[in-house]
Structure formats: structure tokens, C-alpha cells
Design a protein around this ligand. Structure first.
Ligand code: SF4
Length: 89
């Protein structure tokens, strides 16, 4: 299967989303988390979560709640991962 990785940076890290998993997701838990705890930087387009903002604006607007990954891994289809700069090699 062709890689379909979507990524964007926030102040202290990066969100990495495997859109191949998202197209089979039944609940878009990441979006729910973003609406509850985040700042509405995500929306669904063609069955995949993408930014509502530009890549540059996301760095400023994302409040780094980190719950898109938590909700995705707990309730979604495991497509979202967060890489924090402080844990990078
Ligand atoms: S919850 Fe996870 S698998 Fe589902 S759409 Fe969001 S990032 Fe993709």
C-alpha cells in the first residue's frame, strides 16, 4: 500500500497522521478531541483529517493539547502519532 503520511508541526513537536488508517476509521476521534480540548485546527476532507489552517498558522494556533493522538489511539484507528522534539534523538 502506498504511503499516505500527513504531517504538521506545532511549537514543540509534530503531528504525524497515516491517512491510510484514517480512510478506514469509523469515528474520527481525533476531530472530537480537537473540538473538545484543542483549537479546531483539524477538519475532515475526503475521509482524512487535515488542517483548517496553513502549515505556518498551525504552529501558532495548535495549543499542544496532545489529545488527537490519545483519542486516536484509544478510540480511533491508530493513525495519529505525536513526535515531541524533547524526545527526538
Ligand atoms: S482518529 Fe486516528 S485513524 Fe481516525 S481519522 Fe483521526 S487520526 Fe485517523
Amino acid at each position: 500500500m502506498k504511503s499516505d503520511i500527513y504531517r504538521f508541526r506545532f511549537r514543540t513537536g509534530e503531528v504525524v497522521i497515516d491517512h491510510n488508517r484514517c480512510v478506514q476509521c469509523t469515528n474520527y476521534a481525533c476531530l472530537k478531541a480537537d473540538s473538545l480540548f484543542g483549537t479546531g485546527v483539524l477538519r475532515i476532507r475526503h475521509g482524512r483529517p487535515v488542517l483548517t489552517t496553513t502549515l505556518d498558522d498551525a504552529k501558532r494556533l495548535c495549543n499542544e493539547c496532545l489529545t488527537c493522538e490519545l483519542y486516536c489511539q484509544a478510540y480511533g484507528n491508530g493513525g495519529a502519532r505525536i513526535l515531541l522534539d524533547q524526545f527526538a534523538d
